[in-house]
Design a protein around this ligand. Structure first.
Ligand code: 5GP
Ligand code: ZN
Length: 136
């Protein structure tokens, strides 16, 4: 299903042109318009799912297969020496377009980008408490 006012629905289904790197019946892979580095790509499902929570499990598996193939292509063609996969869910996590997408960000020596977080220092008890909350 498509969502009327969703820009990535329109791009994924070819109603709005994009720099397409790959397309099949379920996905379109495009270049990001505001790339972190050269070759920054987005994998878009053609069906509308707002985020990872809405994405069906089976399609999630296919996203990762597509990511692997695209990662190889980006490495082979652009000569990147590293690659980050980034996938934001929710405004708080930095999502700005609410149609599921997976970022592939090729990394080059001295590319000036930094994708990371500030590591915490939880006590063992806190980690155990968290583990229990999630699993029990
Ligand atoms: P998010 O912050 O939601 O994880 O990522 C959205 C990404 O989509 C951003 O990196 C942004 O540059 C990219 N973007 C937003 N609008 C367009 C567009 O119309 N075309 C393309 N190719 N990329 C877009
Ligand atoms: Zn959409």
């Amino acid at each position: 299903m498509k969502k009327e006012d969703c820009i990535f629905c329109k791009i994924a289904n070819g109603e709005i042109p994009s720099k397409t790197l790959y397309e099949d019946e379920k996905f379109r892979v495009i270049l990001d318009l505001g790339p972190a580095t050269k070759g920054h790509a987005l994998i878009l499902p053609k069906e509308h799912f707002a985020d990872l929570y809405e994405l069906p499990e089976e399609l999630a598996g296919e996203v990762m297969k597509t990511a692997k193939r695209m990662a190889e292509k980006l490495r082979d063609r652009l000569g990147c020496e590293g690659l980050n996969l980034v996938q934001n869910n929710g405004e708080l996590a930095g999502q700005t377009v609410f149609h599921f997408h997976l970022h592939l960000i090729p990394r080059y020596r001295a590319d000036g980008q930094k994708i990371g977080w500030k590591p915490g220092q939880p006590a063992e008890e806190e980690l155990e408490e968290t583990r229990k909350t999630i699993t029990d």
